[in-house]
Ligand binder design. Structure first.
Ligand code: AMP
Ligand code: GLY
Length: 420
């Protein structure tokens, strides 16, 4: 089979490596991929958002199955365009991807179908938003409605900070159209859990849970990033909690989407907060998480391609989806300065006795060398029967990966281990 994966980060590298385990896979094209993914797939220089270019390539190469991974092509309708051209796809159609593409949509969905989430109001009028702020408790959370590269959420500690967040979104238009509408919501507390799931719209199978580490520095300090590391499973997410989330959140969500005529097929990501009043949805994503995927997929024992095709074909109920009982840890190695400005173009080298998974996120190939080209450069992933050993192994292997100005957190998994 000829496969195509849209995207070019560490998450896509993990997906490609897993897909390759199926012996019927002859070739995988990555659009655009990256210099590290090039070791496992044929990279084609077509941007993930160039839907016309993607469809033309898929038709010319007679692609048998496509996986659309990032949020923006999904929200733009890449799956609809590929399916219309006769290319079967893993991923939600545009009308279902709105569950991530518009926070106002997802909040209203949860309100109408009694799915637990933070109290909120939606505003398109600045004056009304500012006036609402006066009566809110602090801290208060301000979110841009649309996609904002994970940067559209501001937790304001004071009313002044909240007002300035509103103006950043609605007046300065820092997030473009995404900030024309804002959600103002109640601040929740509790441990966060990421649960990715496979769904064909009827059946939903949760993957092993995980814990992201979003802040740049140790001790969860510093600015928010795309994710500096992950562990799986998440020890806060007990079997009792999993059963409760299935009944109160996961199944109600896919049923609500179906009832709205927006049947969701693909990977539905639940960003949950386990509050003192029970689990609540912080956010939905219409795709695999990054870097959650890097710890979840190495624990998948079933064939990923088979499961993805079952999601597309509506046969997930009869398909085995099995995870190992092991634990996994991903340490992201970034360019120092990220998420602010950072240097690029440093050579990446890996010692010969490196013994873990290496998923490349931001690197390009030049004259046979791998050079850094992004903020998050790569993820080092180790698995072991116990989380503490997975964490120790990942950090041991990190020492065998070298590039100038490398930066990584030293405490990935610490909170999870304290909980254990
Ligand atoms: P998001 O971009 O939606 O993933 O939000 C980024 C982060 O902001 C989340 O991972 C949470 O840590 C935090 N956050 C979002 N919404 C809330 C909320 N209502 N209460 C507390 N923290 C929140
Ligand atoms: N790791 C969070 C996300 O993928 O949105």
């Amino acid at each position: 089979m000829k496969l195509m994966v849209i995207g070019g980060g560490g998450r896509e590298h993990a997906i490609i490596k897993k897909l390759k385990e199926n012996p019927s896979v002859e070739v995988i094209y990555a659009l655009p991929g990256n210099g590290g993914i090039a070791a496992d797939a044929k990279c084609v220089n077509i941007a993930a958002t160039d839907i016309e270019g993607i469809v033309a390539f898929a038709a010319a190469e007679k692609i048998d199955f496509a996986v659309v991974t990032p949020d923006d092509p999904l929200v733009l309708g890449a799956v609809d365009a590929l399916e219309a051209a006769g290319i079967p796809c893993f991923g939600p159609e545009k009308k279902a991807a709105i569950i991530e593409g518009s926070k106002a949509f997802s909040k209203d969905l949860m309100r109408r179908y009694n799915i637990p989430t933070a109290q909120y109001e939606v505003f398109t009028d600045r004056a009304a938003a500012l006036s609402y702020l006066e009566s809110c408790d602090l801290p208060i959370v301000i979110k841009a409605d649309g996609l904002a590269l994970g940067k559209g959420v501001i937790i304001a500690q004071s009313r002044e900070e909240a007002r300035s967040a509103i103006d950043t979104m609605m007046v300065d238009k820092k997030f473009g159209h995404s900030g024309e509408r804002v959600v103002i919501e109640e601040f929740l507390t509790g441990p966060e859990v990421s649960v990715l799931s496979f769904t064909d719209g009827e059946t939903l199978v949760p993957m092993v849970s995980s814990m992201d580490h979003k802040r740049a520095h140790d001790g969860d300090a510093g600015p928010n990033t795309g994710g500096m590391g992950t562990v799986a499973p998440n020890p806060y997410y007990t079997p009792e909690m999993a059963a409760r989330c299935m009944e109160e959140i996961f199944l109600p969500t896919i049923r609500a989407m179906k009832a709205e005529g927006r049947t969701f097929r693909g990977c539905l990501y639940f960003g949950l907060m386990l509050t003192p009043k029970g689990p609540k949805v912080i956010e939905y994503n219409c795709r695999f998480g990054d870097p959650e995927t890097q710890v979840v997929l190495p624990l998948l024992e079933s064939d990923l391609l088979t499961v993805m095709m079952a999601c597309r074909n509506g046969t997930l109920a009869g398909t085995e989806v099995k995870f190992s009982a092991d634990a996994a840890c991903c340490v992201v190695m970034a360019s120092d300065g990220y998420p602010g400005s950072y240097e690029k173009g440093h050579e990446i080298t890996v010692d010969g006795d490196f013994d873990a998974q290496l998923y490349i996120a931001g690197a390009k190939e030049k004259d046979g060398k791998l050079l850094t080209s992004g903020g998050r450069v790569l993820g080092v992933v180790a698995t072991a029967p116990a989380l503490k050993d997975a964490v120790a192994r990942a950090y041991k292997q990190v020492e065998k990966v070298h590039f100038a100005n490398a930066y990584y957190r030293r405490d990935i998994g610490r909170r999870a281990l304290e909980r254990e």
